[in-house]
Design a binder for this molecule. Structure first.
Ligand SMILES: [Fe+2]
Ligand SMILES: [Fe+2]
Length: 317
């Protein structure tokens, strides 16, 4: 077996790839290495967490924001400090700082509450709004309410910025309609509106997707990018027209267009590929890079290739 040796050399190889030690590793391959490291990190492999954290010094905002996201999903204490550093770094790209704040929320790290409160006044709206959500998420997780609410078990394993709204016994159609109202009601807290968003995701019907797409008219770029993220999770062909119009809209924020590109890559139907190829030369770096990665994902989805990950770690049970 020699389990440990294998794991060490696997980690060395993943480190080389993720951190682009040779200087010529294609971005798509780095994303695949991250996918493998995430699996190891989530199991509690501290070195995997450290390698991912080291990547936060890269200069691709796209890669860094993904690393921050992944760190937030690992449930590992070792992820906290590197994420705090990214949030505190005012010269860091706002998309990366947003993802770092969100990840601290996903980790449910109560020790980060004072820091998150500090950035409720950040000059970047996406950072301010994310801190607001992360604080509410951490507070919700430790609340009495969270223990009594009847929440339908989600088909998604992700730790989301807000839990879905609880079940309320409404009929299906009426439910979607009510949820859409909540989703778009700007007098409600962002957290509550996100809860409606994730409930709609879990319903997942074409009607729920239409309801979600109405959120693309919201004034908050953070909110719009989260709709695109949810569409990526759903990977339902019904969301494709809405996603394509977001990606095509060059006046839309690049953070939102990037998320639409990734979502199109996950949906992976034939109509997605030409659009993604078209925008792989976009003026905005994060849009361009997202399209390149999305094309890779598209090709993976349609190749019959079993593993997306490189050096798929052989994990012993
Ligand atoms: Fe995000
Ligand atoms: Fe993103």
């Amino acid at each position: 077996m020699g389990g440990l040796d294998t794991r060490d050399s696997t980690l060395d190889a993943l480190e080389e790839t993720l951190l682009n030690k040779s200087g010529d590793v294609p971005l798509a391959l780095r994303f695949r290495a991250l996918f493998s490291l995430k699996a190891l990190g989530t199991e509690g492999n501290v070195r995997a967490i450290e390698i991912i954290a080291e990547g936060l010094k890269d200069d691709s905002a796209l890669l860094k924001h993904e690393l921050a996201y992944v760190l937030g999903q690992t449930r590992q204490e070792a992820a906290v400090v590197p994420l705090q550093l990214s949030l505190k770094n005012l010269s860091e790209d706002p998309m990366v700082r947003h993802e770092a704040a969100e990840a601290l929320g996903a980790l449910g790290d109560q020790g980060s509450l004072p820091l998150l409160r500090e950035y409720l006044h950040d000059k970047e709206e996406v950072v301010r709004q994310t801190c607001e959500l992360a604080i509410e998420r951490i507070e919700w997780e430790t609340s009495e309410k969270s223990k009594t609410e009847k929440i339908q078990k989600s088909a998604y394993t992700s730790i989301d910025p807000a839990p879905p709204l609880p079940l309320d016994g409404d009929e299906h159609d009426e439910k979607v309609e009510k949820l859409q109202q909540k989703l778009n009601d700007q007098s409600l807290s962002l957290f509550h509106r996100y809860r409606a968003m994730f409930r709609l995701r879990d319903i997942g019907t074409p009607a729920a997707i239409d309801a979600l797409a109405s959120g693309f008219s919201d004034p908050s770029a953070l909110f719009r990018h989260e709709i695109a993220y949810v569409f990526g999770q759903l990977s339902h062909p019904h969301s494709v027209p809405a996603l394509i119009s977001v990606l095509r809209n060059t006046r839309e924020e690049s953070m939102v267009r990037h998320e639409a590109a990734e979502a199109l890559g996950s949906v992976g139907t034939a109509e997605c590929l030409p659009v993604l190829k078209e925008f792989s030369t976009d003026e905005e770096q994060v849009v361009r890079e997202s399209c390149v990665v999305a094309v890779d994902m598209w090709e993976h989805e349609n190749s019959g290739e079993v593993e997306y990950a490189v050096y798929a770690p052989k994990v012993e049970a």
